[in-house]
Design a protein around this ligand. Structure first.
Ligand SMILES: [Ca+2]
Ligand SMILES: [Ca+2]
Length: 90
């Protein structure tokens, strides 16, 4: 009986982990603080002109940190990530 309960709790735990792992921050919340603001723009400015694969400052994922990334973040400036939309890893 206890073994069945443990198995059920384990399955529920795995499902909760899978659901929570499928949601990620929006790419324009660079510092992942839940808010699109000055700190995100500052991070882009500090890396402006750099080439980088997988860097959070490369918002549009083209391996270059430039004005395109800056404009995308400016477009969401002042918003909370929870108010924008939910992103999936798919
Ligand atoms: Ca932020
Ligand atoms: Ca870019």
């Amino acid at each position: 009986m206890r073994k069945n309960l443990a198995v059920k709790l384990c399955i529920i735990g795995v499902l909760l982990i899978l659901i929570s792992c499928n949601k990620t921050r929006p790419p324009y919340d660079i510092d992942n603080d839940g808010y699109i603001g000055e700190s995100d723009l500052k991070l882009i400015t500090e890396s402006f002109g750099d080439t980088c694969i997988g860097c959070p400052e490369d918002v549009n994922n083209d391996s270059l940190i430039n004005s395109t990334d800056f404009r995308i973040v400016v477009g969401y400036f002042g918003k909370k990530t929870e108010d924008i939309e939910t992103y999936n890893n798919d």
